[in-house]
Write a protein that binds this ligand. Structure first.
Ligand code: FDA
Length: 308
C-alpha cells in the first residue's frame, strides 16, 4: 500500500522537488547509486570486478522529453564505454539502457530516435566487447521496447532485454525470446501497474516468475535472473539441474547495494553474479522504486532525514 503510494507520488513534480531538495536525501541515495560522474562509475566498477562480480551499468535517467537530452544520454554511455575499453574492463561489464531515456517518450518520432541512439550505444559497446540490455519500463512501453530490440538485434544479436514477471503477457514474451542467442533478464517488475495488465498480489507475482523462469531455463537462450529472492534462487538451481544447465549457462543479477552478502555467496559458489550499477544525477525515479520495494528502506530514509 505504502509502496503503491510512493510509486504514484514519484510521478508528481512537487513530491520530486521536495524529496530531491532535502540535503540528507543524498546520503541515503548513495546506498543505491554509485555516484554522479563517469569517474564514480568506473571506481565502483573496479571495486566490484576486483571482488569477482560482473557489472551492468545504468546511466540514470528516464522519460526524457527532449531530443537533445536523449542524445546526451547516448553520448554519456559512449563515453563510459570508451573508459571501460581503455581500462580493459569490457569483458566483465555490460550496460543497461532505459529506452525512454534515449528518446522513446518523444511522441511519434520517439521510437526512431530511441532506435538511433540505441544503435550508437550498441556500436560503442561492441567496440569494447560489452553487451547491451534494455531495461523494461511501464507496460505501455513493452511493444515499443521489443520492437526496438528486434531492430537492434539485426546488427547486434547479443542485445538483451528485461521482462517483468508481473505482467500477464510475459509468459508469452518469454516463449518468444527463449531461442538460441537470446538474452533475457527476468525480473518481478517495479512499476505501479493496473490490475487489467498485471498481477497485484506478491504470491501471484512470485508464481508467475517461476512459470517464466521455467520457460527460460528450458529454452535455448541465456537466462539472467534479476532477483534478490532466496526462494527464486533455490528454484533456479533446481531447474538448472533439471534442464542440464551448468553455471556458465545462466547468471544471477542484483541491484547495487542490495543483499551484498548474498552477492558474494553466489560468487563463492561459482556463479556469475552481475551487479546493476546506476550512476548519474537523475536518480529520483530509480531511488523511489527502491524505497517502494521495501518498507525497511522507507524507515532508513526517514531516520536519515531525522539525523539518526
Ligand atoms: P522481492 O521484492 O520479493 O525481494 C526479495 C528480497 O530481496 C527482500 O526480502 C529483500 O531482502 C531484498 N530486497 C528486494 N528489494 C530490495 C530493496 N529495494 N532494498 C533492500 N532489499 C531489497 N524492474 C523493472 O520493472 N524493469 C527493469 O528493467 C528492472 N531491471 C532490474 C535489473 C536487475 C539486475 C534487478 C535485480 C532488478 C531489476 N528490476 C527491474 C527490479 C525488479 O523488478 C524488482 O522490483 C526488484 O528486483 C525486487 O524484486 P525481488 O525479485 O528482489 O523480490
Amino acid at each position: 500500500m505504502l509502496g503503491s503510494l510512493l510509486l504514484a507520488g514519484s510521478r508528481v513534480p512537487l513530491v520530486r522537488r521536495t524529496v530531491s531538495g532535502v540535503p540528507l536525501t543524498r546520503k541515503v541515495v548513495d546506498r543505491f547509486v554509485a555516484g554522479e560522474s563517469t569517474r564514480d562509475a568506473v571506481e565502483a566498477i573496479r571495486r566490484l570486478t576486483d571482488a569477482g562480480l560482473a557489472v551492468t551499468i545504468d546511466h540514470l535517467g528516464e522519460e526524457t522529453k527532449d531530443a537533445h537530452a536523449a542524445a546526451q544520454t547516448a553520448e554519456a554511455y559512449v563515453t563510459l564505454l570508451g573508459a571501460l575499453r581503455e581500462l580493459g574492463l569490457g569483458d566483465r561489464a555490460e550496460v543497461s539502457v532505459k529506452l525512454s531515456a534515449v528518446g522513446q517518450a518523444l511522441g511519434e518520432e520517439g521510437d526512431k530516435i530511441a532506435l538511433e541512439n540505441a544503435r550508437q550505444i550498441s556500436e560503442a559497446a561492441h567496440d569494447c566487447g560489452a553487451n547491451v540490455t534494455f531495461d523494461m519500463e511501464d507496460h505501455t512501453t513493452v511493444d515499443s521496447t521489443l520492437g526496438i530490440l528486434r531492430a537492434v538485434r539485426e546488427d547486434f544479436p547479443s542485445t538483451g532485454v528485461a521482462l517483468q514477471a508481473y505482467l500477464f503477457r510475459t509468459e508469452a514474451d518469454c516463449r518468444d525470446l527463449s531461442h538460441e542467442g537470446s538474452r533475457v533478464r527476468l525480473v518481478k517488475g517495479a512499476y505501479a501497474e493496473p490490475a487489467s495488465v498485471a498481477h497485484q498480489n506478491k504470491a501471484e507475482v512470485d508464481r508467475a516468475y517461476v512459470r517464466c523462469l521455467r520457460i527460460l531455463m528450458a529454452g535455448k537462450g541465456y537466462p539472467m535472473l534479476g532477483t534478490h529472492d532466496d526462494r527464486l534462487i533455490s528454484i533456479t538451481e533446481l531447474l538448472a539441474d533439471r534442464f542440464g544447465r551448468s553455471r556458465g549457462d545462466y547468471e544471477y543479477q542484483m541491484l547495487y547495494g542490495i543483499r551484498t552478502d548474498k552477492q558474494q555467496a553466489l560468487v563463492g559458489a561459482g556463479h556469475t553474479m552481475r551487479i546493476y550499477v546506476p550512476y548519474g544525477d537523475d536518480w529520483y525515479g530509480y531511488f523511489m522504486r527502491r524505497l517502494a520495494e521495501r518498507p525497511a528502506n522507507i524507515a532508513f530514509f526517514l531516520r536519515a532525514l531525522g539525523g539518526k
